[in-house]
Design a binder for this molecule. Sequence first.
Ligand code: NIG
Ligand code: ZN
Length: 413
Amino acid sequence: MTVKLFRNAAIHTPVDRGRPAAGSAQGEIAVFAKGTLLTEGGRIVAVGAEESVTARLNRRPDMEIDCGGACLIPGFVDPHTHICFAERREREFELRRAGTPYLEILRQGGGILSSVRAVRAASEEELFETTAENVLSALSLGTTTMEIKSGYGLDTESELKMLRVIDRIRRETPLDVTATFMGAHAVPEEFRGNADGFVDLIVDEMIPAVVGQAIADSCDIFCEEGIFSVAQSRRLLEAARKAGLKLRAHVDEVHDTGGAALAGELAVLSAEHLLAANDEGLKAMAAAGVIADLLPATAYSLRKPYARARRMIELGLPVACATDCNPGSCFCESMPFIFGLAVMNMDMTPEEALTATTLNSAYSAGLAGRVGSLDEGKSADFLLLDAETPAGIAYHAGVSPVLAVYKRGEHVA
Ligand SMILES: N=CN[C@@H](CCC(=O)O)C(=O)O
Ligand SMILES: [Zn+2]
């Protein structure tokens, strides 16, 4: 197995203590000013000061790489995307910019429903090509692991088509990918006015089909006024759990419907958005160990107040950050941009933002056993940055800070 020694790097990484980092631990980062990373067969063998790492060598490395003093951090883990879509919705952006509310566009048959029409009409190959293009753009910006949701099919066949495309992204790109089934993303035209009937279809037909093909790890739902109620969300998530899927839920994105409290009650793996979540709901989530997946580029794009990250950290919630990349509410595949928004607009420290975009997001993706930090035994996924410290990602705005992307020890972008 190939042994590689990466020396002369300013290494910054969260340390995995076997659970998502919450409270003050969210800001605890290991720093090795003149650090060295030793990998073998794409896995991390040792990280730290040069002498301590080279002491672990039992033979000459096959490759020695001088990182030139660059800042080295774990590869970004993006734990929330809708990046599998067929067409952009740039015209809607103009409508929203001019004042039409996001949910109003959906109510009029656009929004998510326009993406559903495009995905149903696209061939599997076309959908793969569009998705791969955006995923590879994310990779070049430092995302080495990604969660991808279905949810623009909304019938059994089209949802399975999306999940097959996501599976192909996992097999044919360098990224680690986890798939989430989101048949409950919106109520499709053919069920307009009958959300309960659509939930029946998901429970009775879609979930068994998805689980039967072992093609998704989690199940998600859009719990929101006019989409799926708390009661419908509870019913669907309980059925998904029974079928063996991990649970996620989009809650309190636009309105406070009590979604955060439901996330706590069901102890889901992660609750998404939380822009309008109330304190009681957040406390229920903290008590149940739910990860708060914050999506600041969506607040930016919808021009809403940002999620209350400081309050969440204070309440002991592990905070992760994601792009939410989708063609509607937030067309952004850039984790450096997310990092910048977390620091500048959610008042997180650069150390907290680093944990949120690597370790905690790996827990949210369900993949912390192998990615998310530079701990021994994990995949050698890391970035070299044009910065002295991770703070430089927020400092140098509007450009990519990523000089090089390594996945499993290989230079991939
Ligand atoms: N809010 C629900 N789903 C996505 C948006 C999807 C879309 O508009 O296409 C989100 O998380 O923001
Ligand atoms: Zn989303």
